[in-house]
Design a protein around this ligand. Structure first.
Ligand code: NI
Length: 167
């Protein structure tokens, strides 16, 4: 396993659209293992392949308090969404920024697991928020893009400053 480099907003590669995974093979399982290691090390509760510059529909999430409930979703699709909640979100690609975003409160998701089998799951609370946030990454969307233009401009300036300082 190895830790992967996480792209930082406003990197243009965060806007690429991820392609569906044709076959869940060892290279996908190894990508999931590396993404999980990267997410836990960060530390974070979710990571999309897009964030590590791999443009395939793969996300990993662990929204548990014990950090031992790894969930890998391949080719995830939301098949039902009910209610609305706004929860404060953050993102490993936009460090230090936390903003409230409106999301569906309860979702039903269909995806492939690491065994290549399709399964359906229900989620609410933090897990539902995480799944929607990570699925947005696969569509090239970063959560700050739901905010006003003014806020986005400020966040972009802050991120560019951080990058210059770390360079
Ligand atoms: Ni994110």
């Amino acid at each position: 396993m190895s830790r992967l480099h996480i792209l930082r907003y406003p990197d243009a590669r965060l806007h690429k659209i991820a392609a569906p995974v044709a076959e869940v093979n060892d290279s996908i399982r190894s990508l999931v293992a590396d993404m999980a290691e990267t997410m836990y090390a960060a530390p974070g509760v979710g990571l999309a392949a897009t964030q590590v510059d791999v443009h395939k529909q793969v996300i990993v999430i662990d929204a548990s308090e014990t950090h031992d409930q790894l969930l890998a979703l391949i080719n995830p699709e939301i098949v039902a969404a009910i209610g609305e909640s706004d929860c404060e979100e953050g993102c490993l690609s936009v460090p230090g920024i936390y903003e409230k975003i409106a999301r569906a409160e309860h979702i039903v998701v269909r995806a492939l697991g690491l065994d290549g089998q399709s399964f359906t799951m229900e989620a609410d609370g933090l897990l539902a928020v995480c799944i929607q946030h990570e699925m947005d990454h696969l569509k090239g969307r970063v959560f700050v893009e739901y905010l006003s233009r003014l806020k986005q401009t400020r966040i972009r300036a802050k991120m560019q400053k951080q990058l210059r300082q770390s360079a």
